[in-house]
Design a protein around this ligand. Structure first.
Ligand SMILES: [Zn+2]
Length: 255
């Protein structure tokens, strides 16, 4: 059986904001810190990079604190972004997909519904949604498509042994988690399905949700797949850096 190691890579932050950002409509008067991450899975057929961080131009535009280009953070794990064979994009927000162009040789895996929404649905052109994406994302994905590197997926697809793509809509219309067999059992990189572990523990979403009923169903689904609560990995929880062994600056091993 193929087994995978999962590393979290912090490429920006921490930032401090009201806790209401990560807990929908509550705790406005409390502050909390979060950070910006992507992940790298090492195993047979890998490395598999999950999400691409933010493009350097967008990081400047949005004044992202302590930003480092994701390819530089990845190099500290000994992985060359230019040689990565698989990039899984959980969703197409600017802080998760904007750096896709840093992986010029990778097959880029996206859920079919996520691609359809951002490419074809006129609602995605409205200001609210445009604020959540950026131009480098569109450019990188269209290039991947033109070069035959874009792979659109349905729920349950298995890109490599020991890996499964899991549809988990709610944060975005086509968010896709990645389940991986590990030495500790099945782990799930849920990305922004839960911004923090509190979202899973409290059964309460972040403030960035496009479909609440769908989100609640996705929570149940991802919880049922992960071998333990700690193996359901959130998108922006600073505990990923604080509670796990650091293998290089900004890089921790989650499992
Ligand atoms: Zn997001």
């Amino acid at each position: 059986m193929s087994q995978w190691e999962i590393y979290a890579l912090m490429y920006a932050g921490p930032v401090e904001t009201s806790r209401a950002v990560t807990l929908w409509n509550r705790d406005f008067d409390q502050n909390h810190q979060r950070a910006y991450y992507f992940w790298c899975l090492l195993g047979e057929g890998g490395p598999v990079v999950v999400d691409a961080g933010t493009h350097p131009d967008t990081a400047v535009e949005r004044e992202l604190p302590s930003y480092e280009s994701p390819d530089q953070v990845l190099a500290r794990l000994g992985v060359d972004a230019a040689a990565v064979p698989h990039l899984v994009l959980t969703h197409l927000h600017w802080d998760h997909a904007g750096g896709a162009g840093l992986f010029p040789g990778a097959q880029v895996h996206v859920h079919r519904e996520e691609w359809r929404f951002w490419q074809e649905d006129p609602v995605s052109r409205r200001a609210l949604f445009q604020w959540l994406r950026d131009d480098p994302t569109g450019r990188a994905l269209e290039r991947a498509r033109d070069e035959g590197r874009l792979v659109l997926h349905d729920d349950g697809d298995a890109p490599l042994p020991g890996l499964e793509l899991v549809a988990a809509p709610g944060h975005t219309p086509g968010l896709m988690a990645l389940a991986a067999d590990t030495a500790q059992g099945r782990a799930v990189v849920g990305s922004d399905c839960g911004h923090t572990w509190d979202n899973y523990a409290l059964d309460w979403p972040s403030s960035f949700i496009c479909d609440l009923p769908a989100w609640l169903r996705s929570m149940d689904k991802l919880k049922s797949l992960a071998a333990s609560e700690r193996l359901l990995i959130p998108g922006h929880d600073l505990a990923m850096s604080q509670d796990f062994p650091e293998v290089a600056p900004g890089v921790t091993r989650l499992v």
